[in-house]
Design a protein around this ligand. Structure first.
Ligand code: CMP
Length: 137
C-alpha cells in the first residue's frame, strides 16, 4: 500500500471536472484517503514547487497555481505513486496517451489539470505539506 498526493489544478477546477477526475482515481483502484479544496497563497505555491525555483517556468507556474482554487487529495492503493502518474499521462498534454486525465482535460503544459507526486519519498513530503495526520483516513 502506498499514498500519493494529487492536486487538481485551477484550470480543471474552473472547468468543473473535479468529480470526473476523482472518479478516474476511484475507478482505477485508488482510494481517496483525504481531500479538500483550497486557495494557495503565493508563499504556498513557491514553497510547494521550491524544487523548480531555478527553472525558467517557475514564475508562470506559481502565477497559474494561485489563479484559482485547487483540490488536493491523498490517494491510497497498491503502487499508488506510479498508478496516479499513469492515470495522469505525460506532463505535456500533447504527449499524453489517449484516455489519460491530461489528454482528456488539460490544455497546455502549464494548465495541465493535475499534479501527482513523482516518488514515494516526495509523496510523503507533499502529503505532509497539505494534510495533518488526523485528516488522512
Ligand atoms: P507538475 O507535475 O505540477 O510539476 C511542475 C509543473 O511545472 C508541471 O506539472 C507543469 O505544469 C509545469 N511546467 C511548465 N513548463 C514545464 C516544463 N518545460 N517542464 C516541466 N514542467 C513544466
Amino acid at each position: 500500500m502506498q499514498q500519493t498526493l494529487s492536486i487538481i489544478k485551477p484550470d480543471a477546477v474552473k472547468k468543473n471536472v473535479v468529480g470526473k477526475i476523482l472518479d478516474r482515481f476511484e475507478s482505477n483502484g485508488l482510494r481517496i484517503a483525504a481531500t479538500k479544496k483550497i486557495q494557495l497563497s503565493r508563499a504556498d505555491a513557491e514553497a510547494f514547487y521550491a524544487v523548480h525555483k531555478e527553472r525558467p517556468f517557475f514564475g508562470e507556474l506559481v502565477e497559474f497555481m494561485i489563479s484559482g482554487p485547487v483540490v488536493v487529495s491523498v490517494l491510497e492503493g497498491e503502487n499508488a505513486v506510479a498508478k496516479n502518474r499513469e492515470l495522469m499521462g505525460a506532463t505535456d498534454p500533447k504527449e499524453a496517451a489517449p484516455g489519460t486525465i491530461r489528454a482528456d482535460f488539460a490544455e497546455s503544459i502549464d494548465a495541465n489539470a493535475v499534479h501527482g507526486s513523482d516518488s514515494l519519498e516526495n509523496a510523503a513530503i507533499e502529503i505532509a505539506f497539505f494534510f495533518a495526520r488526523r485528516e488522512i483516513l
